[in-house]
Design a protein around this ligand. Structure first.
Ligand code: FMN
Length: 180
C-alpha cells in the first residue's frame, strides 16, 4: 500500500471512468450493518473549503442513496488494468436491494484506513472520504437544458467528501482466490 497525493493519479483515475474494457469505479458505503457498492462514472476531484474534496453523484432511486444519506463516509476504488470489468458491469446494472453484490461478484471488502466504509480489495487507487455536504439537485435552478436530462424526475444528489486518505494497492491475495 502506497500513500499517494490525491491529485497525483487523478488523470489516470478519470481515464478509468471511460475505460471501454472496465468502465467506472466502485462507490462503497457502509451504514450501520448495511454495506453496498455500486459503479459510478460521475466523479469530481478538487480543492474546496480549504480541503481536498471528492464529489460523487448518486440518483435518488439507487439503493446506495439510502445508505449514503445516513453514513458518515464513503470510499471510491478505481481498479487498474481492466481486471474488474465484469464486477464493474455487474455492480452498475444490479441493485444491492436485491442481493449482496460482494458475494455475487466474489469481491472482498477490505477495511478502510480512516473511515468506516471499506474499500474494494483490488489493484487500484482508493479514496477515503468523510462526507461534508449532501446536496440534492434542484430542477428549478438548472440551466442550459440540464432539466431535460431528468424527464423521469430521478435527480442526482451530490455527495462531497473530504479526502482523508488516498493510496494505491497491489493485488490482494484473497481476491486472487475469489476471482480465480
Ligand atoms: C459505467 C457506469 C457508471 C455509472 N455511474 C453512475 C453514477 O455516477 N451515478 C449513479 O447514480 N448511477 C450510476 N450508474 C448506475 C448504477 O451503478 C446502477 O444503477 C446500480 O445498479 C446502482 O446500484 P444500487 O442500487 O445497489 O445502489 C452507473 C452504471 C455504470 C455501468
Amino acid at each position: 500500500m502506497r500513500d499517494v497525493h490525491y491529485m497525483k493519479l487523478a488523470e489516470k483515475a478519470m481515464a478509468q471512468l471511460c475505460n471501454p474494457e472496465a468502465r467506472g469505479a466502485f462507490l462503497t458505503v457502509r451504514s450501520g450493518a448495511l454495506l453496498n457498492t455500486m459503479t459510478i462514472g460521475w466523479v469530481q476531484i478538487g480543492f474546496m473549503w480549504k480541503m481536498p474534496v471528492m464529489t460523487v453523484a448518486v440518483r435518488k432511486t439507487r439503493h446506495t442513496c439510502g445508505l449514503i444519506e445516513s453514513a458518515p463516509d464513503f470510499t471510491v476504488t478505481f481498479p487498474w488494468d481492466g481486471e474488474m470489468g465484469k464486477a464493474l458491469e455487474y455492480c452498475g446494472t444490479h441493485s444491492g436491494k436485491n442481493g449482496d453484490k460482494f458475494e455475487a461478484c466474489g469481491l472482498t471488502a477490505a477495511s478502510g484506513r480512516s473511515v468506516q466504509s471499506p474499500i474494494v480489495a483490488c489493484r487500484g487507487l482508493h479514496y477515503e472520504c468523510r462526507i461534508v455536504l449532501r446536496s440534492p439537485m434542484d430542477p428549478a435552478r438548472m440551466e442550459g437544458g440540464l432539466a431535460s436530462l431528468y424527464r423521469s424526475g430521478d435527480y442526482h444528489t451530490l455527495y462531497a467528501g473530504e479526502i482523508v486518505s488516498c493510496y494505491e494497492t497491489d493485488r490482494f491475495k484473497s481476491v486472487d482466490t475469489a476471482l480465480g
